[in-house]
Design a protein around this ligand. Structure first.
Ligand code: PGA
Length: 251
């Protein structure tokens, strides 16, 4: 059975002391609440080690927001998948639209990153989603299909079983404009059908597909009630423990 997951994406926010405080707060809230879903926080590289030491990673998952497309060596400023794994993190967000848009990440680099993440026992949270123009001109299904196929369909079915998908319409990220629950469900069901074509129904049914884009306590329950929406990838609202836990408790 697929898992329900709520994952925070802190992006480039908080200093180490601030992030440590937030992580401790979320850790305590998760311990007190016994949530009905897996809860994960994805934090800046600098925060991984102190946060891993401060939280119970059996109850609160920890992830990075990116990793390098090379295993090791002369890549100044990069952080490898094995370095991320060595901190105690178990997840890594890959292919976020901000990485694709501002840092030129392509399906080709993402295939390398996914392979390295899997080799190091990190579960990728692989992001896909169309921009506003593609939503408006009706090509959004084709765009998302291409992102899934090009980024992931070189994997074996067994490898694919470690992938968490996050559908994040770019027009909904940080804009306050959420996809309707129906728009999210339509896309999630479509993504699941694309996975089923390639890997079969069982693999598709076992894949967690999260929604991301202005998800907040007030709209999470409606989104998560949809049969193909298995949780959320939360940006802005993951920076406040109360808001993040409000989304967690939507399950
Ligand atoms: P948002 O970001 O919740 O602030 O819209 C979501 C994301 O980019 O993962």
């Amino acid at each position: 059975m697929r898992k329900n997951i709520v994952a925070g994406n802190w992006k480039m926010n908080t200093t180490v002391p601030e992030g440590l405080e937030l992580a401790k707060e979320v850790n305590a809230a998760v311990a007190a609440a016994t949530p009905k879903c897996d809860v994960i926080i994805c934090v800046p590289f600098t925060h991984l080690v102190p946060v891993a030491q401060a939280i119970d990673t059996n109850k609160l998952g920890l992830g990075a927001e990116n990793c390098a497309d090379h295993a090791k060596g002369a890549y100044t400023g990069e952080v490898s998948a094995s370095m991320v794994a060595s901190t105690g993190a178990g997840y890594v967000i890959l292919g976020h639209s901000e990485r694709r848009q501002y840092y030129g990440e392509t399906s080709e680099t993402l295939r390398e990153k996914v392979a390295l993440a899997l080799q190091n026992n990190l579960k990728p949270i692989f992001c896909i989603g169309e921009v506003l123009e593609e939503r408006e001109n009706g090509t959004y299904n084709d765009v998302v299909r291409k992102q899934v196929e090009e980024g992931l369909f070189n994997l074996s079915a067994e490898e694919f079983g470690n992938i968490v998908l996050a559908y994040e319409p770019v027009w909904a990220i940080g804009t306050g404009k959420t996809a309707t629950a129906e728009q999210a469900e339509d896309m999630h069901a479509f993504i699941r059908s694309v996975i089923a074509e390639k890997y079969g129904k069982e693999v598709a049914d076992n894949t967690s597909i999260l929604y991301g884009g202005s998800c907040k306590p007030s709209n999470a329950a409606e989104l998560f009630a949809k049969p193909d929406v298995d949780g959320g990838l939360i940006g802005g609202a993951s920076l406040k423990c109360e808001d993040f836990m409000g989304i967690v408790s939507a399950f």
